[in-house]
Design a protein around this ligand. Structure first.
Ligand SMILES: [Zn+2]
Length: 341
């Protein structure tokens, strides 16, 4: 019996050395320490041995069992350690790399500009009224004192649609009729902001689409002084107390008298540059006292009511504030421009 045990131990330890993974280690354990292994067979047969042989073989068998168990445990630890090192190397994570920045959305500069203007008028007590971007010929022109064939229609290079008498609004003025018809004969102090569209020759000062904001006040005893005061106050709220404004007599079919108003060009401080076309003034918009016919079309009696209206292109505010010399930047989707705001 004794030589057998030495043989069992030697062979088992030899086999263990070639074990390289957890699965073959488990197979080795079953074969050499399992219930039907040669070693366990020795324990099973102890009873059949002579009385004096029993303690000797039993002690030796226990020694072999402990030796194999210890070797198994060592091998298991070694394999585990190797597997760990391997996975640490293979799945190495470099936590020193800087994280990826999450891109945050932000407001478009044209929206910032529009909201700046809306806020200034809101502080003066004006309420926002929204009107359609696509409107009928009647609202875009007719009710604003421009019947069909009126030559003043040529002042707006309009985008017409395939539907007869429907066009993209070339200005926010049709909103005047909408708001008046909704609230007549109540007094009105409203702003009508929104996108306008014109079939323009695009250049540094003109785009085919732009935000416009219409200002409308209708009530009793509203005068040209109220108009000038409101426009000038708006300029000061946006650009500070020093900004100069000027009014030039002009013509619009829906106001009488009519004027255009300019803010001093902040890009060149009035000296003249490409944006102000060398004049030192930047044309902001048109204004005037609401024409009696327009008041009447809106549902107000011109003998009793008067009103003023003014329009402005709000991108111009952003251009003045940030010294932007080309209006085309707003809608050309150049990230280098947009990311600056
Ligand atoms: Zn200028």
């Amino acid at each position: 019996m004794l030589p057998d045990l030495a043989q069992i131990e030697k062979k088992a330890l030899q086999l263990l050395e070639s074990v390289q993974d957890e699965a073959s280690l488990e197979a080795w354990r079953i074969a050499n320490l399992g219930r039907s292994s040669l070693l366990m067979l020795v324990f099973d047969q102890l009873g059949k041995l002579a009385k004096d042989e029993r303690p000797v073989v039993g002690r030796r068998a226990n020694e072999v069992k402990r030796a194999l168990e210890s070797a198994f445990s060592d091998r298991s630890n070694t394999l585990h350690e190797t597997a760990l090192q391997h996975s640490l190397q293979a799945e190495r994570l470099d936590i020193t790399l800087p994280g990826r920045a999450i891109p945050h959305g932000r407001l478009h500069p044209a929206t910032i500009s529009l909201r700046t203007a809306i806020r200034a008028f809101a502080d003066m007590g004006f309420q926002v009224y929204r009107s359609p971007e696509v409107d009928t010929d009647e609202y875009n022109f007719g009710l604003l004192n421009m019947p069909p064939d009126h030559p003043a229609r040529d002042m707006w290079d309009t985008f017409f649609t395939s539907m007869p008498n429907v066009s993209l609004r070339p200005h926010t003025s049709p909103g005047q009729i909408h708001v008046m018809r909704q609230y007549a004969p109540e007094p009105i102090r409203a702003i009508l902001p929104g996108m306008c569209y014109r079939y323009e020759q695009i250049n540094a000062r003109k785009e085919t689409q732009f935000y416009q904001l219409e200002v409308l006040a209708v009530g009793k005893n509203i005068s040209l002084g109220d108009l000038k005061g409101t426009v000038s106050d708006f300029a000061r709220r946006i650009f500070g107390q020093k900004i100069r404004t000027r009014f030039r007599a002009s013509y619009f079919p829906f106001t009488e008298p009519s004027a255009e108003y300019d803010f001093e060009c902040l890009l060149c401080n009035g000296k003249g540059c490409i944006v102000c076309a060398g004049t030192g003034w930047l044309e902001i918009g048109g204004c005037g006292m609401v024409h009696p016919i327009v008041l009447k079309n809106g549902g107000y009696d011109p003998a009793e009511f008067s009103g003023f209206a003014a329009g402005l292109g709000t991108e111009r505010i952003m251009m003045l504030k940030h010294h932007i010399d080309d209006i085309r930047y707003f809608w050309s989707n150049d990230m280098r421009f947009l990311e600056q705001f």
